[in-house]
Write a protein that binds this ligand. Structure first.
Ligand code: GLY
Length: 460
């Protein structure tokens, strides 16, 4: 946890924002509860709700809280342990002392929440809550606030705070970055023909399990990188292939990292692999060089799309005016995803609060084009934003065939030549980036090797 003052200050700022927006009533926070995997005593790995962590820091199941926007009072609701709990889990600090550790003076049993919320409703006071990400909380909130819906004012106030990282969060993100980089280094060193992909995953995830909370999302490690989120790790590593590793750590403070590198399984790229790799590398570098306050990430995505088409044009895979092809979304055939997303306590930060509310400014509208339509972060950048820079080129036979059969891009896509790439796979290169007052810096202690020569050197 951070110091008590961090949570006190954040809650005060939240209340200030809500009151300034003319809101009244109470803010209702529900933390997560344990989720049974097979039966109630064998649960999925515990993970607290991120907005709860941000404002209350307490990393225990079945906590809730209210903040009264009118009198400023705060109450934490949770149950003290009983002898049965102590037998199985050991002694625990009291709820009152935990609440006090984050600056909340009043606590009550979890069940007391029902009456507090019911009273507010009976008085006609608004009860503001966030969209729940877990089914238990969906049910809990519909019982507490029948017919209620998440409060847009509350969502927007939370997003405005969590999007801009504080100094203590940036330090935590650098730590998560260090762990993520160590994971990738271990994985890269383990790549050799004959090893099963799963063994590399195990070695890599062991790093973050030993030093942090675990992975920040299910690991992607595959010789079929053309499948964007391939979670199958059952293949034996073959020579001459490309291996995409997209993985990150969640630190013990629950901040995320998210890196992707693509490696030649034999240690050296073939000419064809290097040509495509160089384009993706150039796109990653271009995105970073354009990332600074005042620029929208949508503009950066489009600049990357244009650069990608320029490189693909040099390979004879597309032909035509680069600006026109960019506007038509031709790059989406090769990169059917966005350039990046927000990152923080969640690897896709706050997407439970609404992807468009998090990633788009009020004057921006999400596109429907393949690729650009999947851009999760389009906003005008400000210092403190933390985003990923993750261009990729993928040769997805089913998608290429679909475009061909539907006559999409037939004037500019060289479908005949693309046939030679049907077994190529994919390449993605991803860094985590902090927007600074005068530009940007990559998170983590040192950049993972990425230039094609550096990759070959470290794999030699
Ligand atoms: N790196 C995985 C993702 O962004 O979804």
């Amino acid at each position: 946890m951070f110091a008590k003052e961090v949570y006190v200050r954040r809650r005060a700022e939240l209340v200030r924002k809500m009151v300034a927006a003319g809101q009244k009533g109470i803010l209702l926070f529900v933390g997560n509860v344990e989720a049974p995997a097979q039966y109630k005593d064998n649960c999925y790995k515990w993970r607290q709700d991120s907005s709860w962590l941000y404002y209350f820091g307490l990393d225990d199941p079945q906590y809730a809280a209210t903040i009264d926007l009118e009198d400023g009072s705060e109450t934490v609701f949770a149950n003290d342990v009983e002898i049965g709990d102590i037998i199985w889990m050991g002694p625990q600090p009291s709820v009152a002392s935990k609440a006090e550790s984050v600056g909340v003076a009043t606590s009550a049993p979890y069940a007391a929440l029902d009456a507090v919320v019911a009273k507010a409703i009976s008085q006609g006071r608004p009860v503001h809550f966030l969209p729940p990400s877990r089914y238990f909380n969906t049910m809990k909130l519909s019982a507490l606030v029948p017919g209620g819906s998440p409060s847009e004012a509350f969502i927007k106030a939370v997003i405005s705070m969590r999007l801009v990282k504080e100094a203590c969060e940036i330090e935590a993100l650098d730590d998560a970055g260090a762990l993520g980089q160590e994971m990738h280094t271990v994985a890269r060193n383990a790549i050799r023909p004959g090893i099963v992909e799963q063994e590399i995953v195990g070695l890599m995830e062991g790093v973050t399990l030993a030093k942090g909370w675990g992975v920040s999302f299910p690991t992607i490690l595959t010789q079929h990188g053309e499948t964007l989120h391939n979670h199958l790790h059952d293949k034996i590593v073959e020579p001459g292939k490309l291996m995409v590793i997209d993985a990150g750590a969640e630190s013990n403070l629950h901040y995320a990292s998210d890196y992707t590198r693509t490696y030649p399984t034999s240690g050296r790229f073939t000419t064809k692999q290097r040509e495509v790799y160089q384009i993706v590398y150039d796109c990653n570098e271009l995105a970073f060089s354009l990332t600074r306050p005042g620029v929208t990430y949508r503009e950066v995505h489009l600049a990357v799309a244009r650069k990608m088409l320029e490189g693909l044009s040099a390979l004879g895979l597309v032909r035509g005016d680069l600006d026109e092809m960019t506007a038509r979304g031709i790059a989406g055939l090769f990169q059917p995803h966005g350039l990046g997303h927000n990152m923080g306590l969640d690897v896709h930060d706050m997407e439970d609060l609404g992807e468009d509310l998090v990633g788009y400014d009020p004057d921006q509208k999400r596109a429907s084009q393949l690729g650009l339509g999947s851009l999760r972060m389009a906003r005008r950048l400000v210092p403190g934003h933390v985003i990923t820079d993750e261009p990729g080129i993928y040769f997805i036979p089913a998608l290429i065939e679909k475009w061909k059969s539907e006559g999409i891009g037939t004037d500019c896509v060289n479908f005949a030549r693309l046939k030679d790439y049907y077994d190529f796979g994919g390449i993605r290169l991803e860094d985590d980036v902090l927007v600074t007052p005068d530009g940007a810096r990559r998170l983590g202690p040192a950049r993972l090797p990425i230039a094609p020569d550096d990759i070959e050197n470290v794999m030699a």
